[in-house]
Design a protein around this ligand. Structure first.
Ligand SMILES: [Zn+2]
Length: 238
């Protein structure tokens, strides 16, 4: 009586090795879109931050323009009133006009102080916008490189996967059909690990202690024996 497992052990081990590589290659492939999405998000966030800071700068610059316009209008008013001073007839009118001018000038000096403050704000906002733009440029540059790397990595892995599957199918096809089918069925459920080595009285795949009778059957090798716990094909290394 020939043992179907020991007779085909090299092929089974080879298929299992290939299945395990296929499994890990698939995991690596699944990570690529996740990684690319992360890179895109980082780039978008940086772009959004840069746009926000540009908008803040524009708002402050607009505020500055409004204040400067207001000041120049009020300075015009002061000039106009100054000109009227020589034309008034009475002391009362003269005093009233001077008061109005003094009040406008007081407003203007406050406005000038405000303009100086806003100028400082503009400088600070410009500085922040510039720094963020530099950061965005750096991220954008490294994004392209990193994304290209992911794309080429994906291509490599896809090529490798095709190659592994071909080798794997070739190995399984050399098995007796019944054993090949069983192997396929278990491997697809067990992430590519259909075989389990028995060491002592333990299935090394699931660490379950096996019944002595089951171990005897594995030793006898007349039939294919599977672990009662994890359903993998049991074998002894000779
Ligand atoms: Zn097991």
């Amino acid at each position: 009586m020939t043992n179907p497992i020991t007779q085909n052990l090299d092929l089974l081990k080879r298929a299992q090795q290939l299945d395990s590589e296929i499994y890990h290659t698939r995991l690596l492939l699944e990570e690529i879109p996740v990684e690319r999405a992360k890179l895109s998000l980082e780039l978008e966030n940086e772009k959004a931050r840069s746009n926000d800071l540009d908008k803040i700068l524009k708002d402050i610059q607009l505020k500055l323009k409004t204040k400067e316009l207001e000041l120049s209008q009020k300075e015009g008013q002061v000039k106009k009133l100054d000109g009227q001073l020589s034309q008034v007839k009475t002391n009362k009118e003269y005093n009233a006009l001077q008061q109005e001018i003094a009040s406008l000038k007081a407003d203007n000096s406050l406005l000038e102080e405000e303009i100086i403050r806003v100028l400082d704000e503009v400088e600070a906002a410009k500085d922040e916008a510039r720094k963020e733009k530099e950061k965005f440029t750096l991220v954008a540059k490294s994004f392209q490189g990193k994304d290209d790397e992911q794309v080429s990595q994906e291509k490599n892995l896809q090529g490798r996967l095709i190659d592994l599957k071909k080798q794997r199918d070739e190995a399984v096809m050399q098995l007796p059909p019944e054993l090949g089918e069983l192997y396929n069925r278990i491997a697809s459920k067990k992430q590519g690990l259909a075989l389990a080595l028995v060491t002592g009285d333990v299935c090394t795949a699931c660490q379950m202690q096996l019944r002595p009778q089951l171990i005897n059957e594995v030793r006898l090798g007349e039939n294919i024996v599977v672990c009662e716990n994890c359903s993998r094909i049991l074998y002894f290394d000779s």
